[in-house]
Ligand binder design. Structure first.
Ligand SMILES: [Zn+2]
Length: 218
């Protein structure tokens, strides 16, 4: 399986990235920080509330980052609970049928002290350590590979898919904005399409993180 995930989330991930996934019959996972919604974030403007509801209605997964985008390593247990609850309440207020099941660590910084706490609140937590998830998987530290122009090229994407096939594993990509001239943290529509074509050629199902966990029986 392969999952395409977007963090924070920039508006273009919803307005350009999601429709490209849909063209391929695929759905993505969007790890949204409620505190960044509709805000200029330095490299992009955040997704709007309406766009979040639209993503949900189209079958994409709305998932959790910390509300303020604080790193887990800067939060004690009580502050982490507040961040998670604030984000959860934010999405519930937007649309009561949104179910928040999965989490991604802001900046990829996982902390061992939060693993148990997050494990109780979410089915999985995703980091940014590259590689295929296979064999004994740590659901509270899922690996993910950048789909980011400054980090990977087409050959790298193809190699990641080949490794996923060889290991019969689960490949998770993460990105941010999706634009012809992306930020240093995003990808172009061409790169996203290249990855979707690579999945399609290998007949690898493209599913959200929640759906991948269901299929894996996790
Ligand atoms: Zn983030």
């Amino acid at each position: 399986m392969v999952s395409f995930t977007f963090d924070d989330v920039p508006k273009s991930a919803a307005t350009a990235g999601a429709p490209i996934l849909e063209e391929y019959g695929a759905r993505g996972t969007f790890y949204i920080a409620g505190g960044l919604v509709d805000r200029w974030q330095g490299h992009w403007t955040g997704v709007s509330a309406d766009e979040i509801v639209d993503l949900h209605r189209k079958g994409h997964e709305v998932a959790c980052h910390t509300f303020s985008h604080a790193r887990a390593t800067d939060l004690d247990a009580a502050a982490m609970t507040l961040e998670m609850e604030k984000n959860r309440r934010y999405f519930l207020a937007l649309e009561p049928s949104i179910r928040i099941e999965n989490f991604a660590y802001p900046y990829g910084f996982a902390s061992v002290s939060h693993k148990r706490q997050l494990g109780k609140a979410f089915r999985s937590a995703r980091g940014i350590l590259p590689g295929v998830n296979s064999g004994a998987i740590d659901l509270q530290f899922l690996r993910s590979t950048p789909l980011i122009e400054t980090n990977i090229d087409r050959e790298g994407i193809d190699r990641a898919f080949d490794e996923a096939v060889a290991k019969d594993g689960w490949l998770i990509f993460y990105s941010h904005d999706v634009r012809a001239a992306p930020s240093p943290y995003g990808c172009s529509p061409i790169m996203l399409r290249h990855a979707l074509e690579a999945a399609s050629r290998r007949k690898i199902p493209v599913v959200s993180v929640a759906e991948a966990l269901r299929r894996a029986g996790a």
